[in-house]
Design a binder for this molecule. Structure first.
Ligand code: ADP
Ligand code: MG
Length: 684
């Protein structure tokens, strides 16, 4: 019998070498390996006769070896066998699989699993690279729903499966949540994690996987809540923040800000100013949909900070966004000293010469984070925190951050749609300010799905739209990739470079209709030039990759074309669509697709009708099948592996369960213990 905490060496069939390979990937215990869930499953549970075996679907055959030969074609070793059952016979091929030769004795019977195809020349059915397994009631690779694991484990599929089957067949009962005996009136059973993992790796039916996965998701959410609860205590115990007090003699928002703040923006600023006065560092999330006006709120907070004689730091996920904030904030706060710091070579030299002695707003990409010791910010702002990704984990987002003798107040801004109640259930350590009203009465962006044959016409229409207005107008064309892909299945997917070349040809050279190309592959200086032209409205049409998804603000943008729209999630599409019509003008979003898949077009049609970001996120979730649950889509915020931020019901269950744990009604032995702590002190 195995326990989840046992090391893998204790598992039958795992030798030192295999254990070492897994240890290299930080997989040491049985639990570590159990959490390597299959990427997908192949249903080989249909055991069919050779005559009835369909082509193109996974099947299992029960047959007898009637002929075997082994030969080489070039350097490739080929094993060929003819297998027979009462309905007929079939030829099987294996490449570089000479180890099978001794197994495939003539006259012996096996399960053969795989997908049949038709040989072009002869029209005969054949089976290549079949899994071969002895006939038995309890198979691993054949005659059942078979798990397929990530290649990243650097083990053969067969080996992973064999080890995991051995584990799940002998796993001791494992209850992470139990009903405390004192409250014996409650009768309820929590699923045994041993069973849950058995289902996840070797499901009897694929539908059972969803419930099992949900059990893991619940476990994960409980851990998130527990962690946040501990973090909240940590934040509450800190007292080294610098008190920031907006000046008594000057207006809270300087008159140089060219617009009046919305009610929500004012409320957010009141909440922020209350926090900033304290010695306990603020840890606040400013949440608002794209275009809700988060930047100015951060700008005012930074303005107060510098007024109080301290420095502030604002970190943006991309250089383009940092530069744009620089433009906006210099305009709104002409007497606020701002130092732009980005990762580009040019500004690195600037950084070396940077004068850190005066209070300033330091603004840039994560290059700013490397200078925190020198900046000593009293306020640290993260824009679009969820875009930083796991690699660039933002210090201060989890544990309170200490830099030398001070602890900055932390303000995080995000547009990831999470209902307020859920935020509060999950992140006890964060206070929340929300911007719900839009500063502009943004008319819903008219959205159309444009099939391939209508696209030439659409390009003409776009030019007319952008050149005939009285005020300058701009358009954005988003392509999923930079360069054309070599992979055949992506051949038809538009790449930015290619689309740019095509459009240049289509539109010809017209001084009133200039095109520009912007993507992540350009040198930082090139990007800056392109963006400067775009902001100065010297360019009318910007062809780009989803780089613009990250908060870029082009008030004159009126039309956005999203090519290969079916490749984007609804949440991404929503972010992209939020790029146009930001000054309140009429705006259009054209979804180009060549997809003939009806589910894909149905999804895009839904997107044309729905303009609410939260609803779209929910739709995205509902429409995902079990298969997609295994995708690696980024949900934002922390890196949730199993749960989803949009699963309202499950989050509510988790919160209630956690309350019962705290009340002592349930006992809980967490499955997920955070491996690494977020560093307390900024790395330098
Ligand atoms: P986001 O919340 O997506 O970061 P931004 O801060 O980029 O949004 O703001 C979107 C646009 O709205 C910007 O052009 C900004 O200058 C403008 N804006 C922000 N607040 C107001 C306001 N109160 N009145 C008018 N325009 C505003
Ligand atoms: Mg923004």
């Amino acid at each position: 019998v195995y326990r989840s905490t046992d090391t893998l060496q204790t598992v039958r069939g795992v030798g030192p070498q295999l254990a070492a390979t897994l240890a290299d990937q930080d997989i040491h215990t049985i639990q570590d390996l159990l959490l390597q869930l299959p990427l997908r499953y192949e249903d080989r549970s249909h055991i069919v006769t050779i005559a009835a075996a369909p082509v193109g679907e996974p099947v299992t055959l029960s047959a007898t070896v009637s002929k075997v030969s082994h030969f080489y074609r070039g350097r490739r070793s080929i094993l060929q066998a003819v297998i027979t059952d009462e309905t007929g016979s079939l030829t099987c091929y294996w490449f570089n699989a000479s180890y099978l030769k001794s197994k495939l004795q003539i006259g012996s019977s096996f399960f053969f699993a795989g997908t049949l195809n038709i040989q072009a020349k002869t029209g005969k059915k054949l089976l290549t690279q079949a899994a071969v397994e002895a006939l038995s009631a309890d198979t691993i690779h054949t005659g059942r729903i078979v798990p397929l694991y990530s290649q990243a484990l650097s083990l053969k599929q067969g080996s992973v499966r064999r080890i995991l089957k051995e584990i799940v067949d002998h796993l001791a009962p494992w209850n992470s949540v139990t009903v405390a005996s004192t409250t014996s009136t409650i009768t309820e059973t929590w699923s045994d994690l041993a069973e849950v993992f058995k289902t996840l790796h070797f499901p009897e039916e694929e539908t059972a996987v969803i419930a099992a996965r949900e059990r893991l998701a619940l476990e994960e959410l409980l851990s998130v809540i527990a962690k946040a609860t501990v973090l909240k205590q940590h934040w509450n115990q800190q007292n080294k923040a610098l008190p920031i007090k907006p000046s008594d003699t000057q207006p809270l928002v300087p008159p140089s800000v060219p617009f009046a703040l919305t009610g929500d923006q004012q409320t957010a600023l009141t909440e922020i100013s209350t926090d900033l006065k304290n010695r306990q560092p603020m840890n606040r999330l400013l949440f608002g949909d794209v275009g809700s006006g988060k930047t100015i709120v951060a700008g005012v907070a930074a303005y107060w900070t510098v007024q109080s004689g301290f420095s502030a730091a604002l970190v943006a996920p991309t250089q383009i966004l940092a530069e744009q904030h620089y433009q906006t904030l210099s305009r709104c706060f002409p007497d606020l000293p701002i130092q732009l710091m980005t990762g580009s070579a040019k500004s690195k030299t600037v950084t070396n010469k940077t004068d850190f002695s005066q209070p300033k707003l330091y603004l840039g990409t994560h290059a700013v984070l490397n200078q925190l010791e020198k900046i000593q910010p009293a306020l640290l702002v993260y824009d679009e925190q969820h875009r930083f990704g796991v690699k660039h984990r933002s210090p201060g987002w989890g544990e309170p951050l200490t830099i030398g003798s001070i602890q900055p107040h932390v303000l995080t801004m995000s547009a990831t749609p999470i209902p307020r109640t859920l935020m509060l259930s999950l992140f006890a350590h964060l206070s929340l300010s929300t911007l719900t009203e839009s500063p502009h009465i943004k008319q819903p962006t008219k959205t159309w799905l444009v099939p391939a044959h209508k696209q030439p016409e659409a390009w003409e229409w776009i030019k007319t739209q952008l050149t005939t207005g009285e005020t300058p107008e701009q358009g954005i064309v988003v392509c999923p990739f930079i360069n054309p892909s070599a992979k055949e299945n992506l051949e038809n997917v538009a790449a930015a470079t290619e689309t740019f070349a095509e459009l240049k040809q289509l539109y010809g050279s017209d001084p009133n209709f200039k095109l520009a190309l912007l993507h992540g592959g350009l040198k930082p200086a090139e990007k800056t030039t392109v963006m400067a032209d775009v902001f100065a409205q010297k360019t009318q049409l910007l062809v780009t990759t989803p780089i613009v998804e990250v908060g870029v603000d082009l008030p004159a943008a009126k039309v956005i074309v999203i090519t290969a729209a079916e490749r984007f999630g609804l949440a991404s599409l929503h972010q992209l669509r939020g790029r146009v019509g930001r000054a309140g003008q009429k705006s259009f979003c054209l979804l180009f697709t060549t997809s003939k898949n009806s589910t894909a077009t149905e999804r895009l049609n839904l997107f044309c009708q729905e303009h609410n970001g939260l609803k779209l996120a929910e739709i995205d979730l509902q429409r995902r099948g079990a298969g997609d649950l295994f995708g690696t889509a980024q949900h934002g915020f922390d890196d949730l592996t199993f749960a989803s931020w949009t699963n309202v019901e499950l989050i509510t269950t988790a919160r209630k369960t956690y309350q019962r744990i705290q009340a002592g009604e349930l006992a809980w032995q967490p499955l997920f213990v955070p491996k690494a702590q977020i560093p307390h002190v900024a790395a330098n």
